[in-house]
Structures are given as structure tokens and as C-alpha cells.
Design a binder for this molecule. Structure first.
Ligand code: GLN
Length: 548
């Protein structure tokens, strides 16, 4: 049996209290002690991956190098650890059942009756062990999605219990729980967390550490109350109050000595004391910058009922922040619903107040002409513009229509019978759509891209060849490239074969920054190494904004 260490993180009381950020922060503080860590996310739903889920309901779909479409928490993991995750670090119930059922169909169970316990549970344990092995880490932090008491995640908790049973010294349980402060009382209540721990106990699992999420810090009295009623030592109850920036969480955990506690419980020696210097210097930017840069994101996945959610574009927002912080400015990000710009020229003109405009990835028809109007306004009024995936395709449509004189140019995603399909479906994709074979079949994951000498993109990256992550079915149609380039738009990034257009841009002499990428650069932006294209965009926006 290996000597690998595992930290299982389980939610108590309710979801949405920052379990993902807690896991990412645990990863960060352990790696800041010189320990090799990897982070794994378990999503208990039956979707085989996150690719088929609506971003308004589920948040962003985060794509790995391998092309696996995952939960947005994986993005936080990559950003906190500063490295790319492997497919084996993500698991859904759908994936697990698919493997088990396939094995059963292949007679892989030798005629046995195949059951959730032990067969599905064993597959879960195997996958966790595989993640530990393939990542070559010393400690694997595993986030079990959902909340204790859910029907859906019970098998995962049971798998963790069995792993603990077999190697008690190598497995630690952390519960991230919520302590409400009811407005009418004005007092923090520990009881829901006591019940959550009791529920976890009923699975045969005892938490070693409780991370107490609340609007306020935990006082000593409540720490002790939780400790005694939940059977944990009071120094293992960590105060985790709301913070204005998630990047402060690692240091907050360290204020309560969490890395010491975990390493001690795991019987693991740190290589050195906590080194969060570079991280904290970055995190401080969220509080310090004086000058601001005003960026408008024109998109559609914002509204759910009466609420505006920005989760669908999480990586884009973080990427803007990293570049802005690096330039010592604060980003002021505005959500602009694309529909607003469809038939209202006055609203479009108001876009002049923004220092930079960004159109992120997207699918389908809703708001599309509004996005095209916004892009046109940015081009004609020399407002820095950055288009990501759909934002690049629509930039090409806009340029084709209004500059290259290709009247009625469109993407076949919206108008399959357009006379001028400047954006068209890739041949190999056609059949997949005809067969309704949607899941995991787009052009996904990392692909190389060659940059043109002297271009805006080439000078931003400082390299001739790059690799970026993709998630799309449509492409710039090769039949129109010449005509569009003759009109002045430059395709400055291409696939090594030269067939696929990866980056479109206007030369600096024509526009301060007008650039779009077929790929999603936001997935590779990291706190300590901001993405070069986002930085070039933000710098252009700062220049437009002048001194503020
Ligand atoms: N809908 C477009 C396509 O499938 C763009 C996708 C995206 O923006 N991620 O090609």
C-alpha cells in the first residue's frame, strides 16, 4: 500500500459557501510548505462531464488541456496551484457509472451481480488513487461536491471512509460548514454545523478539522462549543469569515495554522515554513490599486430570475483582474447584456464610456446582433476590443459585413443557409450534430498555434508558437480569408497546418487594440503569470482611459 496522503473536503449545512475556494486554498498553503499537492474535484451529478450544462445554472465550463470539460472549481484549482490539471483530477458520478456499466457489458465482472457497493465504490477509490499516482503528488486534496446528507454524494463519502479505514494515518477529513448569523438574533449559531457533523458521523466519518464559514470571524467561545459538541480539538476549528477577495483565503487559513494542523495529522514533514510572500503581494493588489480601468463585458449568460450572475464568465473576470493588478490598476467590470444593443443606437453610443470592451465565448442566437453592433462601435471608435471564441467569430462577421463589403455575412451556427458563411462548421463536426452526438465532441483542449512575425499577438506573447485551449464547433471559413485579409483584418495566429485561423487582429496603426482569439486564453491566465493577451488588452484600455 502506498504512503500517499489524502485530504477529503466535505460540505456541511448548505452549498455555495466556498468549498471550492477552501480546497484551492488548502492546496495553496500545503504547496507553500514545499509539499507536492494535487487537487481533485468530485461532482456527484450524472452528467459525464460539465460540457452539456447551461452556464447560467451551473457556472462556467472549464476546459483542461486534455479537452475535458469540467466544473469551474477546476479553474480555481489551476489558478491557486499555478499549474494545469489532468483529466484524472476530475470525476463525476456519470463518469464512474459509465465505466462500471461498460465493464459489466464487457463481462469484466466475470458474471457477478454488479452493485453500487462495492463495485461503484471501488471504481471511485481506484480513480482517486490514480489521480494521486498520475499527478506525482505527495498529498491529494479531494473535494466531494454537494453537502453531507445529500443522496448523490453518499457513495463518495463512503469511498473516503474505506480509504481511511485502510490507512487511517494517511487520510484526513475536513468539513467546510456554514454558521448563520440570523438578522433577528444578531448572534452566530453553531447548531446547524453540529447537526452536519452528526450527519457525517452517521456515515462512519469523523472530521479532523472544521472550517467555519460565516459572515463573521469565529470567537473563542463558539470555537470551543463546536469543538466539544463535534468532537474535534478547538485549535482544529478554523475561522473563515467572508472576505472581499478570494485570494486572501490562504493567508487567513494560515493565521489559524491550518497547514501545520493538516501536516501533523498526516504525519508529513514540511520542507520549510509557509512561503506565501509572492502570493500575498499579488493578493494585496485587490485592496491597494487607486487608478481604475473600466471594462464592459457584452454577454448573455447573466440573468437568472432577479439575480445577475457572473459565474458563467469566471475565468474571464479573473484573467482581467490578474492583468489589471499586474499593471497596478483596479478593474471595474460591467455586465452588459448584449440584447440591449440590438435595436438601440443610443445604448450603443454609451459604450464610448468604457476603456475596453470584451465579447466572451457563447453559443446561439440570443443577443448576437447586439454583440455585432458593440464590436462595430469599438472598431469605429478605436475602443480596445478583445473577442474570445464567439467574440472572435462575430468580430470576423462584423468586419466582413461592414469593411470587406460581404453583405449578409454570417455564421452558419445562426443562419445555416446564409449566402456568405464566413464562419462555418468544420466538416468533421457536421456528422456529430446530425447524429445528436453533442457531449464532449467540440474541438476541445490544447492545440498549437503559430504566430505571424510583427503582429500584435506575436509581440504580446514574445514567442513564435503557443498552445491554447479550445471549445468550439465553428471556424473561420477558408473560402473568405483572402477577401477579409485584403480588407485589412490580419489573421496573425494559425494552426500549424495553416488551415485554421486562431487569431484575428487589426494592425496597431489602424486601431489601438482590436483582437480576437478562436481559443479561450482565459483558461491559462494565472495570478502570478497573467495572460499576455489580456495584459495587452488591459494596457490598451488603461491608455484609452487616461489618468483616473
Ligand atoms: N458557438 C461558437 C462555436 O461553437 C463559439 C463557441 C465559444 O464561444 N466557446 O464555434
Amino acid at each position: 500500500m502506498d504512503n500517499h496522503k489524502y485530504v477529503f473536503v466535505i460540505g456541511g449545512v448548505m452549498s455555495g459557501v466556498g468549498k471550492g475556494i477552501a480546497c484551492a486554498s488548502i492546496g495553496k498553503i500545503l504547496s507553500s510548505r514545499g509539499v507536492k499537492v494535487d487537487l481533485m474535484k468530485i461532482d456527484p451529478y450524472l452528467n459525464v462531464d460539465a460540457g452539456t450544462m447551461n452556464p447560467t445554472e451551473h457556472g462556467e465550463v472549464f476546459v483542461l488541456d486534455s479537452g475535458l470539460e469540467t466544473d469551474q472549481d477546476m479553474g480555481n484549482y489551476e489558478r491557486f496551484l499555478g499549474r494545469s490539471a489532468g483529466s484524472f483530477e476530475y470525476m463525476t458520478s456519470g463518469m464512474v457509472y459509465q465505466t462500471v456499466i461498460k465493464r459489466e457489458r464487457d463481462l469484466g465482472y466475470g458474471g457477478k451481480c454488479v452493485e453500487a457497493v462495492p463495485h461503484v465504490r471501488n471504481e471511485i477509490v481506484d480513480r482517486i488513487r490514480r489521480a494521486a499516482k498520475e499527478s506525482k503528488s505527495e498529498v491529494t486534496v479531494v473535494e466531494i461536491g454537494g453537502t453531507v446528507g445529500d443522496f448523490q454524494n453518499a457513495l463518495f463519502i463512503d469511498a473516503a471512509r474505506v480509504m481511511h479505514l485502510k490507512q487511517p494515518g494517511n487520510v484526513v477529513f475536513v468539513m467546510v460548514s456554514y454558521l448563520p448569523v440570523p438578522g433577528t438574533l444578531g448572534e452566530m449559531k453553531t447548531r446547524p454545523t453540529q447537526h452536519a457533523v452528526a450527519a457525517l458521523n452517521s456515515y462512519g466519518v469523523q472530521p479532523d478539522v472544521i472550517i467555519a464559514r460565516s459572515t463573521h470571524s469565529l470567537d473563542q467561545k463558539r470555537k470551543e462549543k463546536l469543538a466539544i459538541s463535534c468532537n474535534v480539538s478547538s485549535d482544529c476549528v478554523i475561522s473563515a469569515p467572508d472576505v472581499s477577495s478570494i485570494y486572501d483565503v490562504p493567508q487567513n487559513f494560515e493565521n489559524d495554522h491550518l497547514s501545520d494542523i493538516l501536516l501533523k495529522r498526516l504525519g508529513k514533514r514540511a520542507k520549510h515554513t509557509s512561503d506565501l510572500k509572492a502570493w500575498n503581494a499579488f493578493a494585496a493588489h485587490a485592496h491597494n490599486g487607486k487608478k481604475t480601468v473600466k471594462i464592459g463585458i457584452v454577454g448573455k449568460y447573466f440573468d437568472t430570475g432577479d439575480f445577475v450572475l457572473s459565474d458563467a464568465y469566471l475565468s474571464v473576470i479573473e484573467a482581467i483582474k490578474f492583468s489589471a493588478y499586474h499593471e497596478s490598476v483596479k478593474p471595474e467590470i460591467h455586465w452588459l447584456s448584449a440584447k440591449k444593443y440590438e435595436n438601440d443606437p443610443k445604448a450603443v453610443r454609451e459604450l464610448k464610456d468604457y476603456d475596453g470592451i470584451l465579447v466572451p465565448g457563447g453559443f446561439g442566437e440570443s443577443g448576437i446582433e447586439g454583440k455585432i453592433n458593440a464590436i462595430r462601435f469599438a472598431r469605429e471608435n478605436k475602443i480596445p476590443y478583445f473577442g474570445l471564441c464567439y467574440g472572435m467569430q462575430l468580430m470576423v462577421v462584423e468586419y466582413a459585413r461592414h469593411v470587406a463589403g460581404i453583405k449578409g455575412a454570417h455564421t452558419t451556427e445562426i443562419d445555416p443557409s446564409t449566402k456568405h458563411p464566413v464562419i462555418a462548421i468544420m466538416e468533421d463536426q457536421k456528422k456529430k450534430l446530425e447524429d445528436k452526438n453533442y457531449g464532449g465532441t467540440m474541438r476541445l483542449g490544447a492545440y498549437p498555434c503559430k504566430l505571424t512575425k510583427g503582429s500584435v499577438a506575436r509581440s504580446a506573447y514574445g514567442a513564435d508558437e503557443i498552445s491554447e485551449r479550445h471549445r468550439h464547433r465553428y471556424e473561420v471559413n477558408p473560402a473568405y480569408i483572402q477577401q477579409i485579409e485584403d480588407a485589412g483584418l490580419v489573421f496573425s495566429g494559425k494552426s500549424p497546418s495553416g488551415v485554421l485561423m486562431e487569431i484575428a487582429e487589426l494592425p496597431v496603426k489602424d486601431h489601438p487594440f482590436f483582437l480576437g482569439t478562436q481559443f479561450h486564453p482565459e483558461f491559462l491566465a494565472r495570478p502570478l503569470s497573467p495572460h499576455p493577451l489580456f495584459s495587452a488588452f488591459v494596457r490598451a484600455a488603461i491608455k484609452k482611459g487616461g489618468k483616473k
